[in-house]
Design a protein around this ligand. Structure first.
Ligand code: NAD
Length: 256
């Protein structure tokens, strides 16, 4: 379905971003990966799906590096047809204790980077009259949780950016939507499980149950594969008039 399209997924060396990149590759899209850590393993996983894959290590907190990545993708594949803004970090502390440097980093990586990639991807998408922008927000783009001020502010901002981008392009073939996962067991969440286990003297299993039980009625993690299939739907012809939604996949979290 996505043969001859190119998808750029930020923060795709692990977790949700890699899951979405693999789902789009299974539909035939060529992939530009981004993120820190091991890039060779993820590149090999994507290449094994029979598509072309490239990697750019831009730091999403740095607009000049984001610009270099977008230029790299356009030069390598012609243009970016599908942009998935996924890179994100977390920090947990009360507002009055929140390190200023962590606030700035979360806003830059989780929110401003999506503005930069979007503004740089839109001209070519509009010229082609086809494009899909998928912002990986969070259930925290819809509701708050204590001790996550920067993250919740950034994710609400991403949902706002999604709506405005969708509206500005509503009469074109370019759509923009947000995906709002609840808990997904990735390194980002395992750190929060570990912190709970250490603070309360619990086993990994007990801390996981507590984490899910506090928020997620299904008591189940959403998986990167499930989120990848939602991204595939948004890229499909049936998704052509889905515009500006914030679609939660959260085991009932936001229904409470
Ligand atoms: P993860 O830690 O597994 O992956 C994050 C990715 O972002 C990695 O590839 C990492 O290298 C990359 N990254 C981090 N800082 C970067 C930077 N400055 N520049 C470039 N890349 C950078 O985390 P994840 O759980 O897969 O999170 C992916 C997205 O999903 C994030 O935006 C997160 O907020 C969102 N999300 C996660 C959950 C969850 O439960 N895991 C829930 C809702 C939303």
């Amino acid at each position: 379905m996505l043969k001859n399209k190119t998808a750029l997924v930020t923060g795709s060396t692990s977790g949700i971003g890699l899951g979405i990149a693999k789902a789009l590759a299974r539909q035939g899209a060529n992939i530009v990966l981004n993120g820190f850590g091991d890039a060779e393993g993820p590149q090999a996983e994507i290449a094994a799906l029979g598509v072309q894959v490239a990697y750019h290590g831009a730091d999403m907190s740095k607009p000049s590096e984001i610009e270099a990545m977008m230029t790299f993708a356009a030069e390598r594949f012609g243009r970016v047809d599908i942009l998935v803004n996924n890179a994100g970090i977390q920090h947990v502390a009360k507002v009055e204790d929140f390190p200023v440097e962590r606030w700035d980093a979360i806003i830059a990586i989780n929110l401003s980077s999506a503005f930069h990639t979007t503004r740089l991807a839109l001209p070519a998408m509009k010229a082609a009259n086809w494009g899909r922008i998928i912002n990986v927000a969070s259930v925290h783009g819809l509701v708050g949780s204590a001790e996550k001020s920067a993250y919740v502010a950034a994710k609400h901002g991403v949902v706002g950016l999604t709506k405005v981008t969708a509206l500005e392009n509503a009469t074109t073939g370019v759509t923009c939507n947000a995906i709002c996962p609840g808990w997904v067991l990735t390194p980002l969440v395992q750190k929060q499980v570990d912190a709970k286990a250490a603070a309360l003297g619990l086993s990994n299993e007990e801390a996981t149950k507590l984490l899910l039980g506090e928020k997620e009625p299904s008591m189940q993690f959403t998986t990167p594969d499930e989120l990848g299939e939602l991204a595939v739907f948004l890229c499909s012809p049936a998704g052509a008039n889905v515009r500006g939604v914030a679609w939660n996949m959260d085991g009932g979290w936001a229904a409470q």
